[in-house]
Design a protein around this ligand. Sequence first.
Ligand code: PMP
Ligand code: GLN
Length: 392
Amino acid sequence: MTASRAALVPRMAPFTTTIFAEMSALAAATGAVNLGQGFPDSDGPAAMLRVAQEAIGSGLNQYPPGPGLPVLRNAIAHARSRDHDQEFDPDTEILVTVGATEAIAAAVLAFCEPGDEVLTLDPFYDSYPAVAAMAHARHVAVPLRRDGTGRLALDVEEFAAAVTDRTRIVLLNSPHNPTGTVLTREELTGIATVCRERDLLVVTDEVYEYLTLDGVAHVPIGTLPGMAERTLTVSSGGKTFSATGWKIGWVCGPAPLVAAVRAVKQFLTFVAGPAFQVAVAHGLRHEKSWVDALAVDLGRKRDRLCAGLVAAGFEVFRPQGTYFVLADITPLGGTDGVGFCLELPSRAGVVAIPAQVFSADADRWRTIVRFAFCKADAVIDDACARLSRLSA
Ligand code: PMP
Ligand code: GLN
């Protein structure tokens, strides 16, 4: 095959390797403490794990139905109603996907024509620009900016100004990776007003919906007036139940929108993971108190890591949700997060992720790096002790 035939299409060239794979490989190669890629180092609820094992043992190993097993779609409907007062028909308004990643990809591919715009917050999760590129859509990003309290906040006027006649999807994420911002009711109301006025479709990535800290409320934008009919709500079991490798996700919304996503989704993967679907159904119905305890524990871990980072000389952005914290390396003399993160394993034996890779405006985030705190206390303490060498 000639080199030109082997070449990746140019629009995918910026996406050859994910930062998570790269930094986890660096952690594995160097033996550094991995606070880069966000995955917990302990398992989800024991009863949920047993349900998966028993399901495999009892022969639930062939293709599940295209929309997902009814037991899971029913459990998703139950949980959205119990926790957010959202009502969805499990047969027509809920689709099980291979993680939130597939739900988002299928939605973008289902609704975007070439040249349409996908509007996100900046910074953004790494799959958003990649799926926009797959759809030949244009990715437009509106910055979160530090407000007077140090919180990374959305200026709704700036958001409104970014909407054009080509805006097709507003792809939101709250609680937000990597900043830890949980959008407030006021911010969401402002976004919702713009979306109604401009007749926009909203895809809302709520994979951290249960991981808010200090009792901060997560408001699904689909619950705001006039939004249910234009919102696809995406979530998954990965973060909620500390089972990121299971990749059981879902999308909920009006039947015609869900049907459009299903049309694309069935040709991405068709289906996956029937035993995990049954187990996540168990989690959604029966493990709410386990999840609540996880969120409380993560609040403690956030404090533990933030204290260690401050002691090591970083300036931290205290998150309201997720299990990530952003930290500024400027006080340590750092000027570039990529170089800093590449050297961090050898300098301190720790892996972090440079925040600039999540942004269309790398300069704004050049000195900011992301640490994950979904780790055992001893691991966090070990990382903090190692990081304290940086200022020694
Ligand atoms: N969205 C965000 C904001 C994420 O941080 C992640 C990472 N897990 C995903 C989507 C992907 O979720 P899933 O593993 O369910 O595909
Ligand atoms: N969501 C995880 C993070 O932000 C990683 C997911 C992945 O590796 N694709 O760290």
